[in-house]
Structure formats: structure tokens, C-alpha cells
Write a protein that binds this ligand. Structure first.
Ligand code: GLY
Ligand code: MN
Ligand code: MN
Length: 432
């Protein structure tokens, strides 16, 4: 028996399937244009359960008294391997990835009806992929066509994501280790961008510094489209053009993280293009940093997912009052959500294989309770667009500070390490 983390997760899932069968396909290859493809990225659920990197693969997990894990994958093919690279083939894949059985992907259509016949439940990510929904319907119909032979199609179709999302929400030791390594690389990328930054550079030049560091340290690339936003571009939350020049006295906001072995890091740093914060920039930065510290202090097992957002909001809103952007009492401003023109997003999200990772935030009216092993981002910000009533010295200042944390038995651990305080950033950028 193999003890790989993937085999362990399959065993865990099998124990929750009842006598049902789960069908977990990986992602298809996608054409970019004509005969060029997007870089291949496996499906996160499939990867979580298999660690198998090839396209055209499906895991079928058969529950019940004799649970089995079956892999369908591409056959060996000398000609295709010369053009496109190595394929395990079913026999080697079964051995290397710890499956009970493996078959050529071409046999799936023929074998699937037999695998699901007379089972009570079929588990699948319904609605995720129309082609797969049609394949599942065809397999069910193929079983129904044999009803006179005593075959019965599963009467219950259930969404597998319910089970897998709950598992993915609490990371195992292998995931924590991989995410730590991803965070180290992403942190080094941000530090490199700080060191390389010079007034007059283009935003894409800083993006290139991050890409370089990610790849040279073995990450697969970016986990999401990076944001490199100079000056007021930082006030556009999803700014991804990254083609403007960086002005000497402005800030630059970089939201970028690498993907390593399928796992995302998600870091934002905001720093002065010229290496020294101005008074106003520093004032806004320190408010956001204090909000982040308050949020981090509010993360521990047993509290609701919303608690750290509320903690950040209090500090940010008090900061907006101190900056003269809001008047009146803190509690009134919070009750009226008066911060919204300058802080319009949540303070974080689950993190894992997907940058906005799987897992419920709410069940019924209750926010999810934090547990040890959960991973989340802490990313407060303030975005001060030029507007009437806003003092000119604050115009176009956009700051976000984003770090990644694990919930631990005693609280949480911030495991991203890029320079974060004003002193750390200015020291990193110092050139003499
Ligand atoms: N980089 C995406 C986010 O921060 O949520
Ligand atoms: Mn994030
Ligand atoms: Mn981010």
C-alpha cells in the first residue's frame, strides 16, 4: 500500500462515498489560437486526488465494501512521445501513482456503465463542464438500456465538490509544506522587484523581475495574472495592463504569486518607486499595515471567517477619519459602511490549489468557523481616487498589503516573508 498524500486523500474520499462511485476528470487542453495551446494546467480536484500531471485522464473511485481507485490515462505512443513528450501509459501510471487499476482512456466509455451500474450514488462535479455532463448522461443511459438484464442506474446524482471542498479547506502536511515553498519563492520575487525598481521603468519590467525569480527557483509560473500598478493605477483593483511607466514620486502596487506543484502563493506589496515613502504615502501605508496586524491578531481557531475582516475594517475606518476623509464617530461610520469608497473588497479568501480556493465561506446564515490547517490571505487596502473633497496630497494613493497565513492551534502563522514594514522596504530598496 502506498502512503503518498494523494493515495491517502483517495482513501479518505472513498470512505465518504458510501457505495457510490466518483468520477473525477482532469482539465482538457485548450487551444490558444490555431494549433497553439495554452500552457497545460490540470484540474485542481483531479490533482488533489492523483498528482498525475497528464491531460486526458480520469480518476474513478469506487466506494463500498471493496473500495478501488481506477485511473484512465493515455496509452504509450512512441510517435506522439517524440513530438509531445513522455506519457506514463496505464501500467506505469498505476504503479507510480498507487492506483488499484489503470486503463487506456479510450476504454472509459465502454467501462464506465459497468462501473456505475447497481450503485446508489454517482458523484461528479455537475455543471462544471458541459461535455462531461453529457458523458455522464450517456453512461447513465447506457446502464438504463440494460435494465432488462437487471442493471440499475444510480438513482442519486450528487455534487462531488461538497465532499472535496470540505477536505481541501483544511490542508494536510504535504500541502502546508508545498504552500510554504511557494510562499518563499513568491516572497523572493517581490523582494527582487523592490531591488530592481527604478523611476522611469515600465510596469512590465517589474513583472519580468517576478517572473524571472519564480521560474529560476522552479515554480511553474504565475498562479494568476499579476498586477503591477504604478501610481493611481493601484486604485483599479484588477489592473493587469502593466504597461505604464513608473513615476519617481509614486507608489507601485504589485499583486503577484507563483504556482508551485499546483499550489498558489498570493502576495501584494506596495512600495515607493524612488525607494523612500513620502509623508502622505507613509501615513496611508501605516494605516493599512495596522489594519493587517489587527486582522492577523483576530485569526484563530473557533472564530468566524468574518472576524478578521471586521478587525481590519475598524482600523481602516479609523484611519480614514484620521486622514480627514470621513467625519463623525467610528461606530457610525462602520454601521453606514462609509469606508466603501476607499475599501470595497473583503480582507481575504481561502488559498490553496486555486488562488481563490475551494471551500464554503458560509453555511446557512453562519460564517465558516476557522480551524487549524486552513490557509487564507490577509489583504486590507485603501484606494484613494482623486475626487471632490479628497485632499490633493492623497490623490491616487492606492495601498494593499497581502500576506498568506495558516490557522494554527494557537492562532495563526504568517508564512509569506517579503519585506513588509516601511523600514524593511526602504532598507531593501536602499542602493549605496
Ligand atoms: N490576487 C488575487 C487576490 O488577491 O485575491
Ligand atoms: Mn488575494
Ligand atoms: Mn492577491
Amino acid at each position: 500500500m502506498t502512503h503518498s498524500p494523494y493515495a491517502k486523500r483517495r482513501q479518505q474520499l472513498l470512505s465518504r462515498l458510501g457505495d457510490g462511485v466518483a468520477i473525477v476528470p482532469t482539465a482538457p487542453e485548450r487551444v490558444r489560437n490555431r494549433d497553439s495551446h495554452h500552457p497545460y494546467r490540470f484540474d485542481s480536484y483531479f490533482w488533489y486526488l492523483t498528482g498525475f500531471p497528464e491531460p486526458e485522464a480520469v480518476a474513478v473511485l469506487v466506494g463500498g465494501s471493496t473500495p478501488r481507485s481506477i485511473l484512465f490515462c493515455r496509452e504509450k505512443n512512441e510517435e506522439r512521445e517524440i513530438w509531445d513528450g513522455f506519457r506514463h501509459g496505464p501500467a506505469a501510471a498505476r504503479e507510480a501513482f498507487g492506483f488499484d487499476e489503470a486503463w487506456p482512456i479510450g476504454e472509459l466509455v465502454q467501462r464506465l456503465p459497468e462501473l456505475i451500474a447497481n450503485r446508489q450514488t454517482l458523484w461528479h462535479s455537475l455543471g462544471h463542464d458541459a461535455d462531461w455532463d453529457a458523458r455522464i448522461a450517456a453512461a447513465l443511459n447506457a446502464v438504463r438500456a440494460q435494465s432488462r438484464a437487471g442493471k440499475r442506474a444510480p438513482g442519486e446524482l450528487r455534487d462531488l465538490r461538497g465532499l472535496l471542498d470540505a477536505m481541501r479547506l483544511v490542508k494536510d502536511a504535504h500541502e502546508l509544506d508545498t504552500m510554504r515553498r511557494a510562499a518563499d519563492i513568491a516572497s523572493a520575487g517581490h523582494a527582487r522587484a523592490m531591488r530592481a525598481c527604478r523611476p522611469g521603468m515600465a510596469e512590465y519590467e517589474l513583472e519580468a523581475e517576478l517572473s524571472h525569480e519564480f521560474r529560476r527557483r522552479g515554480a511553474d509560473g504565475h498562479a494568476y495574472t499579476p498586477i503591477v500598478a504604478g501610481g493611481a493605477n493601484a486604485c483599479i483593483l484588477h489592473y493587469v495592463e502593466n504597461r505604464r511607466l513608473l513615476a519617481e514620486h509614486s507608489l507601485v502596487l504589485i499583486d503577484a504569486g507563483c504556482e508551485l506543484d499546483g499550489y498558489a502563493a498570493d502576495i501584494t506589496r506596495t512600495f515607493p518607486v524612488g525607494g523612500r515613502f513620502s509623508g502622505a504615502q507613509r501615513e496611508v501605508y501605516e494605516i493599512v499595515l495596522a489594519a493587517q496586524a489587527a486582522a492577523i491578531a483576530a485569526i484563530r481557531p473557533g472564530v468566524s471567517f468574518m472576524a478578521y475582516h471586521d478587525a481590519a475594517l475598524r482600523v481602516l475606518t479609523q484611519g480614514l477619519i484620521d486622514l480627514g476623509l470621513l467625519t463623525g464617530s467610528l461606530d457610525d461610520a462602520l454601521a453606514q459602511e462609509a469606508y466603501k469608497p476607499w475599501y470595497m473588497h473583503r480582507t481575504g479568501h481561502w488559498l490553496g490549489l486555486d488562488v481563490h480556493d475551494a471551500g464554503d465561506y458560509k453555511t446557512g446564515d453562519e460564517w465558516t468557523m476557522l480551524l487549524p490547517g486552513m490557509a487564507l490571505t490577509v489583504e486590507p487596502g485603501l484606494y484613494i481616487r482623486p475626487a471632490e473633497g479628497v485632499p490633493a496630497h492623497l490623490h491616487g494613493i492606492g495601498v494593499r498589503i497581502e500576506d498568506d497565513v495558516f490557522v494554527t492551534p494557537g492562532g495563526c502563522e504568517v508564512y509569506t516573508t517579503a519585506p513588509r514594514t516601511v523600514a524593511e522596504i526602504e532598507e531593501t530598496m536602499r542602493r549605496d
